[in-house]
Design a protein around this ligand. Structure first.
Ligand code: TXA
Ligand code: MG
Length: 363
């Protein structure tokens, strides 16, 4: 399949205003050009095709969420297991009623506080939402992304858009247009190229279908943020605190994650990866020691070590670093563990642990 690649960065007039010779008329023409490309992409979606697009978290691979045949193509293009449900993206809060019958004051407060933005809310689904979109579950995960290109595309398509991250299944999530091209060129109808993703890790997934609001996947929006908005305790899915022992792969039966996607090996770089955990100075020393040792054996070693507490930066850079190291032919990645046990540090650590297949060395 020939993939159309549309650069639509000019939709963001702010980018154009950064240029030295700024001309209002020319800028408007460029914005219109970008709008026309997004129009074409929206038509592809309406006709049952696949379009990758930027969001503020990671790039998504979209299809009409209400069209089972279109959604089936997502699973095929990504090589994604069929029991892993997709997030449905909307561009107007008022469209949520097409997907779910349950809108409590608490849910409306969540929407008011966090949409558009990186919070996905799991709710009871309406029968109209196809089973293939929700992996056969009777719930549906919904979010409104905070990105002008994504919002324009979804509005123009006029239907809810199912979109997992736009990577091949098991690869690091794509945070730059070029990552999507690497993984999906030739496999999807179109790719919209925008700016690098502002956040860099996927949205927080919050299950609102049970008695207690439960975070199924941690993200930039933390339990604390959500508690402040709804005035109620938020808990973490216990499976998130489990550090699977890579050597035996054993998983406690009771601790199967409730977000089906969280049980898969994920985000894996081609290189072997080990996380070094402990007091920061010791971690640095150990990384240097292991680096020297492995380089002495002729291996190419990559190091990921963020400043202590630089969690936002770590979120922004982590997946891109994994991909860059793959491109450089790195054999072994040594990563310093992040220190925070909850909040944003916890969210990035969750991705780090999965990328490393839970290989941790304590110092
Ligand atoms: O930031 C994001 O959320 C990105 C962008 C593109 O919006 N999307 C994304 O989608 O990360 P994906 O498919 O890679 O991850 C969706 C996660 C999976 O872990 C999946 O199992 C979970 O959400 N999920 C989806 N629907 C669910 C449901 N009904 N119940 C529980 N978990 C659900
Ligand atoms: Mg994903």
């Amino acid at each position: 399949m020939k993939t159309k690649i549309y650069d639509v960065r000019d939709l963001n007039k702010h980018n154009l205003e950064q240029s030295i010779i700024y001309d209002e008329a020319e800028a408007n023409a460029k914005v219109n050009e970008a709008l026309n490309k997004i129009d074409e992409a929206a038509k592809i979606l309406v006709n049952g095709g696949l379009v990758a697009f930027p969001t503020e978290t990671v790039y998504g691979l979209g299809a009409n969420a209400m069209d089972p045949e279109a959604v089936a193509k997502i699973y095929e293009a990504k090589g994604r297991p069929g029991d892993n449900p997709l997030i449905v993206h909307i561009a107007r809060a008022s469209n949520i009623g097409e997907l779910t019958p349950t809108l409590t004051p608490k849910i409306i407060r969540l929407i008011d506080n966090f949409w558009p933005g990186p919070l996905t809310i799991v709710l009871k689904k309406k029968p109209e939402v196809p089973d293939i979109t929700t992996g056969g579950l009777d719930t549906v995960a919904i979010r409104m992304p905070d990105d002008p290109i994504a919002l324009e595309l979804i509005k123009k398509a006029g239907c809810p858009i199912a979109a997992p991250s736009a990577n091949l299944s098991g690869r690091p999530s794509p945070t730059r247009g070029e990552h999507v091209v690497t993984d999906l060129d030739g496999k999807v109808d179109a790719i919209l190229i925008g700016n690098d993703c502002r956040i860099g890790i996927e949205s927080t997934v919050l299950d609102m279908t049970g008695a207690v609001p439960t975070i199924l996947r941690p993200g930039i929006i933390t339990a604390e943020n959500i508690e402040a908005a709804i005035g109620e305790t938020v808990v973490m899915d216990p499976a998130l605190n489990q550090r699977m022992d890579a050597s035996n792969g054993d998983e406690d039966e009771n601790l199967i994650p409730r977000a089906p996607g969280m049980k898969y090996a994920h985000y894996a770089p081609k290189a072997e990866m080990t996380i070094i955990e402990g007091q920061i100075d010791k971690v640095k020393k150990e990384i240097q020691r292991l680096k020297g040792l492995n380089e002495g054996l002729g291996l190419k070693v990559g190091v990921i070590l963020f400043e202590e507490k630089a969690f936002i930066e770590a979120a922004h850079e982590f997946f891109a670093k994994l991909r860059a190291m793959d491109d450089d032919g790195v054999d072994l990645i040594l990563a310093g563990a992040l220190s925070e046990q909850d909040g944003v540090g916890f969210a990035v650590m969750n991705r780090m642990l999965k990328s490393a297949g839970y290989h941790i060395a304590k110092v």
